[in-house]
Design a protein around this ligand. Structure first.
Ligand code: ASP
Length: 322
């Protein structure tokens, strides 16, 4: 019978203790201390693993690969209904998308959660979010739904979710799409499932891929510096439908000609990049030079997908973002 949930704790605000400065030490609590502090009750057994105790700005790609291997191993146990990963909210969407893009898990739920307020603050969301995440991980309808983020009583798809507030309890949203479902007390409601991209098996190390943000009249110097200093791939976080300043076109051509794959994303909150304009710096021009369109993904997610594909020696072409 599938009734066991495994919590994998990585740290973050949800696992904080207060410092004498009055500020929080994110990741000070282990997973077991977190469960004990929050007095979480669950319908079935909950096992706890502490993978790292970090604020989420310090989580590395090596940690992500370890986490993936652990999730894969745990998902092979027949009694495990689902997995909950708890971590800091700052990079929560990266972890969730990395797991989603690298793990199919047909019969195991995979839930990522965290908290905006430290567990010892009045009105903290640490307990409610963890309790709801465990509930979703135990729900039959969440199995095979891909990696989801459970936060503030909402269930979000890892492929769309973003941290949308630096402090409010409704800290996560899926702009343009909305949540996949909700948690309402005992009820877990998954209203729909998103079409999932093919999963990628990553290699032993993720290579460096840089994100380059576009702004009005932004200098192309960062693009040139990225290539010169050894980036293995680039994500251009472009404006609108996927545009760059005219001054970026020649450095972009040079990067692609040097064999560095480049994916283009839209820095808007919603909508795919598309070749609808014809001018210098348009997406059509970048594609003609060999840039890839990362369609609906935002820059952080496209970066992880490109890193995984490069590490796994997958073909780097437009099918990566189909
Ligand atoms: N700075 C914290 C972290 O990412 C934020 C949080 O957990 O909410 O670890």
């Amino acid at each position: 019978m599938k009734n066991t949930v495994v919590l994998i704790s990585l740290g973050g605000t949800i696992a904080s203790l207060p410092d004498s400065s009055g500020r929080a030490i994110a990741g000070a609590l282990s997973g077991k201390e977190l469960m004990d502090t929050l007095k979480i009750e669950s319908d079935g057994p909950v096992e706890v693993i502490t993978l790292v105790k970090k604020p989420s700005n310090a989580i590395t790609t090596a940690n992500l690969l370890q986490l993936r291997a652990l999730c894969l191993e745990l998902s092979e146990r027949p009694e495990v209904a689902g997995l909950v990963v708890s971590q800091g909210t700052d990079t929560l969407e990266d972890t969730a998308y990395f797991l989603d893009t690298t793990l199919a898990l047909a019969d195991t739920a995979l839930v990522v959660t965290g908290a905006q307020r430290v567990p010892y603050a009045p009105g903290s969301d640490a307990g409610p979010n963890l309790r709801d995440a465990i509930k979703v991980a135990n729900a039959a309808e969440a199995r095979g739904a891909g990696t989801v983020v459970v936060f503030n009583e909402e269930i979000h798809a890892a492929s769309c979710v973003r941290k949308v507030s630096s402090y409010q309890l409704n800290g996560f949203g899926s702009p343009g799409v909305g949540p996949l479902g909700f948690v309402d007390g005992d009820e877990v409601r998954l209203n729909h499932r998103l079409k999932r991209p093919s999963t990628i098996t990553p290699g032993e190390q993720l290579p460096r891929v840089d994100i380059l943000p576009v702004a009005i009249d932004a200098s192309p110097a960062l693009l040139e510096a990225s290539v010169a200093s050894g980036a293995q791939g680039l994500v251009i976080d472009a404006i609108g439908r996927g545009h760059i300043p005219p001054s970026w076109v020649e450095p972009l051509r040079a990067a692609i000609n040097a064999g560095v794959p480049v994916a283009v994303t839209s820095s808007t909150h919603w909508g795919r990049v598309a070749e609808v304009y014809e001018y210098q710096g348009s997406l059509a021009e970048q594609v003609s030079l060999g840039a890839l369109k990362a369609t609906h993904l935002n820059a952080r997610k496209a970066r992880l997908r490109l890193m995984c594909a490069l590490s796994g020696n997958q073909p780097i072409d437009q099918s990566l973002f189909a």
